[in-house]
Design a protein around this ligand. Structure first.
Ligand code: SAM
Ligand code: SF4
Length: 473
């Protein structure tokens, strides 16, 4: 039996009521709207899940009558949606929030708020309470749907700090304001049960819980109807979708159902965990023509000793077997990954195992991180004898190795004609993205942004391919 609690429709209705109150509050303050709509500046840090949460925050704000600005100086509400995964990301938020103090001094009517993973941590909330008195609204990851109510309280009743540890909650029907017109994020699950020893996510996002498959498929269908060309299914561990739920639909089955929707669109998903990536999943991808032939499969380390200390639940050999199986059943599939260097106790021999795995797989690109100790996680208490300079040297060695691999792969693509999505027009060029996430720069009419095209690859630079449009689809 699942212990997921779906927020009741009456509660969502109650929130819409608060939204009306917020609208009335600003109308009254502005003398009946004489100065136009209030403006919100929403800044997002961290991963795609946060980007998706911010789209819902903006959806609620739009429903409350807000317009949007990128400039904190012009905003009535400044809201930072924060990330806690690495110390560096957190320091940046504290720095940027500190810089807002002067805005609040000059314009006391502005409301400054923080939400997301970082503020779900007790010590962060305490620091904000004590040392950042100009921050008037702080809310955690489990109460996103109550944003209208919390905003109204902060506007009318003083500082609000609402970050309960409630868990297992799914809120449906939150309005959404998508930034993109042809690429959409679609969350399929929330939270994580894996407790990798370095990672703060399970503590700040709660236990894994999957959304109802019918709702997901209906949302995907609606996106296709609206003309979206690419749908990215989101979750901390998408391939454990459905575990513990009563509906009996797992991730491969969900992929099949979305793939069956009629239309010209590409399905992506992230992030996957190697311990839950099964041959059946790869067989499903092979059978689903709309699923991108690209897999983001974080391996974190190539050393079995370090993988064990990380509590990852697979070995180097198992990871390589998965890659080999996938390449067998899905010709042309490409891989990207996440890697951590300098995990506590990692030695040069371990790092060399990571390097050799990188060379053996030949990833298209890597997200590379130096271990960052996070409060409350087991790894933060582990012995960590390797000096920071040595970790940085390993890090540079790893990125250089990856650059070499990527350059060779790019050079080998010259002469191919591939299908790509034209995403941006800048400085006289269009940028088109291949399914494996590589960008090809082409010449063409900016009106083609959002269209798919066959692109002939004519040259390769270190980070980008050059090409020309062979046919617009
Ligand atoms: N759930 C996903 C997974 O398992 O791959 C991604 C979660 S996390 C937001 C994204 C990446 O950040 C992880 O894959 C890991 O490489 C990195 N990361 C997480 N905690 C870290 C830490 N304490 N120090 C350095 N990198 C970390
Ligand atoms: Fe963090 Fe591991 Fe969960 Fe990914 S799978 S969110 S790295 S605990």
């Amino acid at each position: 039996m699942s212990n997921i609690r779906i927020i009741a429709p009456e509660e969502m209705e109650r929130q819409r009521g608060y939204g009306e109150k917020v609208r009335a509050y600003y109308a009254a303050r502005r003398g009946g709207g004489e100065y136009g709509a209030p403006l919100a500046c929403v800044r997002t840090y961290g991963c795609q899940q946060n980007v998706s949460d911010s789209e819902h925050i903006k959806g609620m704000l739009a429903e409350m009558g807000f317009g949007f600005t990128e400039e904190p100086e012009q905003a009535d509400l400044i809201l930072f949606n924060t990330c806690a995964v690495r110390e560096h990301a957190q320091d940046r938020v504290f720095g940027n929030v500190g810089a807002l103090k002067n805005i609040k001094r000059r314009r006391p009517g502005v409301l400054i708020g923080l939400c997301g993973c970082m503020v779900q941590q007790e010590h962060v909330a305490e620091k904000l309470k004590k040392s950042y008195p100009f921050v008037g609204l702080v809310f955690g990851t489990h109460v996103l749907h109550r944003f209208p109510e919390l905003l109204y309280e902060a506007l009318t009743d003083g500082r609000v700090f609402e970050r309960p540890a409630v868990d297992g909650v799914i809120a449906e029907d939150i309005p959404i304001h998508r930034d993109g017109k042809f690429k959409a994020f679609l969350p399929i699950m929330y939270g994580c049960n894996n407790f990798c020893t370095y990672c703060v996510v399970p503590y700040v996002r709660g236990r894994e819980r999957s959304r109802d498959p019918d709702r997901i498929v209906e949302e995907a269908r609606q996106l296709v109807r609206e003309g979206y060309r690419e749908i990215t299914l989101l979750g901390q561990n998408v391939n454990s979708y459905g575990k513990g739920a009563d509906h009996g639909v797992d991730f491969p089955e969900l992929l099949r159902r979305i793939n069956a929707i009629e239309g010209d669109f590409l399905i992506r998903f992230m992030t996957s965990h190697p311990k839950d990536a099964t041959p059946r999943l790869f067989d499903t991808i092979a059978a689903c023509e709309k699923v991108a032939r690209h897999f983001h499969l974080p391996f974190q380390s190539g050393s079995n000793r370090v993988l064990k200390a990380m509590n990852r639940g697979y070995t180097r050999e198992q990871y390589l077997d998965l890659i080999a199986y996938a390449r067998r059943v899905i010709p042309g599939i490409s891989f990207t990954s996440d890697v951590i260097v300098g995990f506590p106790g990692e030695m040069r021999e371990d790092f060399e195992q990571t390097l050799s795995l990188i060379r053996e797989v030949g990833f298209t690109s890597l997200f590379t991180f130096i271990f960052s100790p996070r409060d409350g996680t087991p790894a933060a208490k582990m012995d960590d004898p390797v000096p920071a300079e040595e970790k940085s040297a390993w890090f540079r060695e790893m990125t250089a190795a990856q650059e070499e691999i990527a350059a060779a792969q790019s050079a080998a693509m010259v002469g191919q004609t591939r299908r790509a999505l034209i995403e941006t027009a800048e400085n006289g060029y269009l940028e088109a993205r291949l399914p494996e996430n590589i960008v090809v720069r082409v010449e063409g009419d900016p009106a083609l942004v959002g269209r798919r095209a066959e692109v002939e690859i004519t040259g390769a630079r270190s980070w980008i391919l050059l090409g020309k449009i062979a046919e617009v689809l």
